[in-house]
Design a protein around this ligand. Structure first.
Ligand SMILES: Cc1cc2nc3c(=O)[nH]c(=O)nc-3n(C[C@H](O)[C@H](O)[C@H](O)COP(=O)(O)OP(=O)(O)OC[C@H]3O[C@@H](n4cnc5c(N)ncnc54)[C@H](O)[C@@H]3O)c2cc1C
Length: 472
């Protein structure tokens, strides 16, 4: 095989595939693009038949040094964690981009909400996001491509009490049939979606890999980025037990927050912040036993997003919190009252810390190792405040009894480690996601997030990817 390419992309999930989606229409007819994916391809049919998403156990790919504090959920295989995700596609709030300026904590992003707004719209169009046309907690230039999901009775009571703070959750679990997907069946098992309704790379973007300009190598693990004279010249990878080298003019890392910094560290890239600021949100779960209100009439697994505790001056002192209202049937045993229950998650942002990081495992340098010191005092104060006000916040509901559990040890999001910023001394990539020193090396995904707001991150990652390709 001719091993010279215009672009090498590492990873085939949101980051790699959204890059391809935006790049291919701009690339010339003879362009050569190599995608290295360390996992294999498992169709949705295979996943259903085998009752699992991938044949590669995720924990075989990294070492978690502090599992008592955090565990990290990821997926190895074509389409990565798009196979596993729950497809919640909220945007960040404008203030999430300027935490330092607004609230004196964390750092500001080098991009603003206004910069990303058109790219959010485009990413929502690609994923055919469902959401309400008549209200959102952030400014929107266009309606959602799909109508909103149906609220349940609990959502309706909360919407009536908080008309400007409670909304249908925007998500990529189809409300109505699309060309490639059935509408959401609403039974609440979204990890392995039984009807292939949620957006995945496999069901909506796999045609990218049929483009004659694209060479997709499966079970090809990127090991090292070759760097000469301050430029990336190619990528060394392992396939079928053989180490090989591919050359390229541009190298794009979309291997996620754990593997991106590991690859850079293994390639000799140095920076005091490289691998640092690993983190994500934490959550508390609330089970409600209701008096006289039947629940679970919604049309999807998570129906409501509440911003009652999210933004405001309190974020100077303690974390903002997003309320997620679930519609996954979990029935009561009492006769006649089996639907009188509700489940909610209260999701807290956390502050980036250099004590949380990815490094190279000493025993097996091919493995990244994660270290996390646990939830910060900032988030703990947010949780303490939540305990004080949760009854009041949920008082529009007829609550007989409430059970609170948490904090969680994983939200399924992995952020930080190659953070973006304007200053090369305090960030790894610039605002267009290009490495500050190695100007033909792009890093995509949650690893570039400078802060972790309460919001699910993937829509923002995809919007940033589209933005970055436009600025190449
Ligand atoms: C259970 C679960 C539920 C989630 N739900 C939501 C949600 O509702 N909303 C939301 O916003 N986010 C959600 N997420 C998070 C979301 O899935 C991730 O943010 C997103 O998948 C990150 O995309 P990515 O392309 O950067 O990386 P990934 O999806 O992690 O993909 C990385 C890819 O790179 C490949 N790779 C890694 N290393 C190498 C290497 N060395 N060589 C070659 N290939 C490599 C991997 O095999 C994989 O295919 C969820 C995650 C999980 C696990």
């Amino acid at each position: 095989m001719d091993n010279s390419f215009d672009v090498i992309i590492v990873g085939s999930s949101f980051s790699g595939s959204f890059f391809l989606h935006r790049y291919l229409p701009k690339a010339d007819a003879n362009a050569r693009i190599l995608v290295l994916e360390r996992g294999t391809s498992h169709s949705h049919k295979w996943q259903i038949e085998h009752k699992r998403l991938s044949s590669t156990p995720p924990n075989s790919s990294f070492v978690n040094r502090t599992p008592e504090q955090k565990y990290w959920e990821l997926m190895i295989g074509l389409g990565g964690a798009s196979n596993a995700w729950w497809a919640a596609t909220l945007r960040l709030l404008p203030n999430d981009f300027k935490m330092k300026t607004q609230y004196g904590v964390g750092v500001d992003w080098p991009v603003s909400y206004e910069d990303l707004e058109p790219y959010y719209t485009e990413a929502e169009t690609i994923m055919l996001v469902s959401g309400a046309h008549d209200g959102a907690p952030y400014p929107r230039s266009q309606p959602y491509p799909q109508p909103e999901h149906r609220f349940n009775e609990v959502d309706k009571l909360l919407k009536a009490a908080y008309p400007d703070l409670y909304f249908q959750q925007p998500n990529a679990r189809a409300r109505i049939d699309t060309k490639n997907r059935r509408h959401c069946c609403g039974i609440g098992v979204c990890g392995l979606c039984p009807t292939d309704s949620k957006f995945t790379i496999l069901n909506e973007m796999s045609e990218l890999y049929d483009d004659p300009r694209v060479t997709l190598l499966l079970e090809a693990e990127a090991l090292h980025i070759d760097i000469e004279g301050g430029r990336a010249t190619g990528v060394r990878y392992l396939q079928q037990g053989r180490e090989q080298v591919a050359k390229a003019n541009l190298v794009v890392l979309g291997a996620n927050t754990i593997f991106n910094p590991h690859l850079l560290l293994r390639s000799g890239v140095q920076h005091p912040l490289l691998g640092k600021r690993l983190g994500e949100q934490t959550s508390m779960s609330v089970k409600l036993y209701l008096d006289g209100v039947n629940n679970f009439q919604g049309s999807t697994s998570i129906t409501g997003s509440g911003y009652m505790l999210y933004d405001g001056p309190h974020r100077s002192e303690y974390s903002g919190c997003l309320v997620e209202a679930w519609n996954v049937p979990d029935l009561r045993l009492e006769k006649g009252r089996w639907q009188q229950k509700a489940y909610m998650k209260f999701i807290f942002e956390d502050l980036p810390s250099e004590e949380n990081y990815v490094t190279i495992n000493a025993e097996n340098p091919r493995l990244p190792e994660t270290v996390h010191q646990g939830t910060s005092d900032y988030a703990k104060r947010g949780i303490a405040h939540f305990r004080q006000v949760v009854s009041q916040i949920l008082s529009p509901l007829p609550i007989e009894r409430m059970e609170i559990k948490g904090p969680s040890h994983s939200e399924g999001h992995i952020l930080g480690t190659t953070v973006m910023g304007n200053d090369a001394a305090t960030s790894i990539v610039d605002k267009h996601l290009i490495h500050h020193q190695i100007r033909n090396l792009m890093v995509l995904g949650g690893s570039v997030f400078p802060t972790y707001s309460p919001t699910n991150p993937t829509l923002t990652m995809t919007a940033l990817t589209l933005w970055a390709v436009d600025h190449l």
